[in-house]
Design a protein around this ligand. Structure first.
Ligand code: 3VV
Length: 436
């Protein structure tokens, strides 16, 4: 019954199947989180109240101006459309077109922070000042889409003028039109075409998109159920798990209690990360796929396998594909094409992204602290920083690529709660004079 055999853990055995341990990790994770969940219920009772959200929206009269602003965004879409029409008919020069588009985009984005300006408190100023994240998110999306619309039509126009001068205008085939696709420039300049783009789940304009032949109702129903369920789950998790932790973190931060702050940070990191993962599935899978299904939009690559990212560079290439594609097509490549060095182009993209992150946080909170800006700017340091890159590559080569992946997870899990705690603390400090 004996022969010369190494133990399984020795390198000589060549054994590498540890799937059972992975299952053990999952079981331990479930057990430890079940304990945390029970502890939370015993300590605070049931805090989940779906009606609280509903009443906050329905009975807060200051929400309605946001709705008006959402509807008002169509004015900017209308203006961008007519600038393009004037350009196509040579009513205005290319330079005037660029100036008008720039002014239009600046108004889209810069009228919002006026809500931050100190004014005499009155009902009207309160109405104007109140601004929610979703309304601002929509304005950012409109900004990015209109930028894309203007820039892509400029490329189309240049191609069209070149083709005209060479008398090489392509004739549209009947088959092309029968598939419901529009003719190329300038025939793409129609309300129908622009409205499709504004509603489609993409930030990059094209005259035509790959389309599906019909709407799969059962697929749409599954996504709709996911949206309803996950939205409620997110709200419930915030009420039950995050709010009590945040409330208990204010005093230690105020008193500079280092170890307690650390404990609160770790306590917050788990629910925050869980909420972030659920949000990822909710938005990038359920919402965008449901929208794509309704719009018969066939390009469903809204995310890649960012969870396998072994470097921060890959994470930014794989997470949030609509924004990444916009960044590459409308900012990164145009900068490279005018001779900008790669590093400067990357910095510019991350600075623009940092600006929008800060914009989306500061305005609803009515305070400017620049941590979101700083957090995004740090990303370019992480992407570019020689030492960090060297560390990740060295760790990946020396041990295994799993360690690079773990570093990416750690930065995600611990980075966000730091920013959240900082914002929440300062929000309390600026909103309430006494901390008890
Ligand atoms: C509401 C949803 C959202 C929050 C995510 C933000 C980033 C990533 P690389 P390389 P080929 C600015 C917008 C900000 C928006 C803010 C959000 C508002 C949204 C509102 C939605 C609500 C919730 C949650 C988020 O997720 S926000 N994401 O900020 C920014 N960074 C990047 O995208 C990349 O790191 C980037 C562009 C800086 C670099 O990309 O892929 O690493 O670059 O060099 O590998 O190449 C890219 C392309 O360029 C070509 C290559 O061949 C490649 O082309 O394959 O894509 O076609 N290229 C390279 N060198 C070239 C050269 N010298 N000449 C020409 N081409 C070159």
């Amino acid at each position: 019954c004996h022969s010369a055999r190494p133990s399984l853990f020795s390198t000589a055995s060549g054994f590498d199947d540890y799937r059972g341990f992975l299952n053990l990790c999952v079981v331990l994770l479930v057990i430890s989180n079940a304990r945390v969940f029970l502890e939370n219920i015993l300590k605070y009772g049931i805090l989940v109240d779906p009606l609280q959200w509903l009443s906050a929206v329905l009975y807060n009269p200051y929400q309605w101006p946001n709705l008006l602003l959402v509807l008002g965004s169509s004015v900017f879409i209308f203006i961008a459309f007519h600038i393009e029409r004037f350009l196509a008919r040579n009513y205005i020069t290319a330079n005037t077109g660029v100036t008008l588009h720039t002014l239009n985009l600046l108004v889209v984005i810069l009228t919002q922070p006026t809500k931050l300006l100190p004014t005499r408190p009155s009902r009207t100023t309160k109405l104007i000042k109140n601004s929610t994240l979703s309304q601002l998110g929509l304005y950012v999306v409109v900004f990015l889409k209109l930028w894309s619309y203007a820039q892509t039509n400029k490329w189309y126009r240049e191609g069209y003028t070149k083709a005209l001068s060479k008398r090489r205008i392509h004739r549209t085939s009947k088959e092309f039109l029968s598939r419901g696709l529009v003719d190329y420039y300038p025939y793409n300049l129609s309300y129908r075409n622009l409205l499709y783009f504004m509603a489609a789940p993409t930030l990059c304009y094209e005259a035509n998109y790959p389309r599906t032949s019909g709407i799969n109702k059962s697929y749409l129903m599954r996504r709709a159920l996911e949206i309803l369920f996950l939205f409620q789950l997110e709200l419930a998790l915030i009420q039950q798990w995050v709010v009590p932790v945040l409330q208990k973190a204010i005093l230690p931060i105020h008193n500079y209690e280092g170890y307690t702050i650390m404990e609160r940070l770790l306590k917050l990191s788990v629910p925050n990360h869980f909420i972030w993962l659920v949000f990822f599935y909710f938005f990038f899978h359920s919402v965008l796929n449901a929208l794509a299904e309704v719009m018969k939009f066939a390009d469903r690559e809204f995310y890649r396998d960012w969870w396998n990212a072994e470097t921060i560079v890959y994470f930014w290439q794989a997470w949030n594909i609509p924004v990444h594609k916009w960044c590459v097509r409308h900012c990164y490549k145009p900068l490279l094409s005018i001779g900008c060095p790669k590093f400067a182009a990357q910095v510019s993209v991350f600075l623009l992204s940092a600006f929008f992150h800060e914009y989306l946080v500061s305005i609803p909170l009515h305070m400017f602290k620049a941590w979101a800006f700083f957090g995004m700017t740090m990303q370019v340091r992480l992407v570019q920083c020689g030492f960090f890159r060297f560390l990740v590559i060295w760790v990946s080569k020396r041990f295994s690529s799993n360690y690079g992946n773990m570093i990416v997870w750690m930065s995600l899990i611990l980075g966000q709660p730091v920013a959240i705690l900082a914002y929440v603390y300062h929000y309390y400090v600026t909103s309430y004079t006494t901390i008890a």
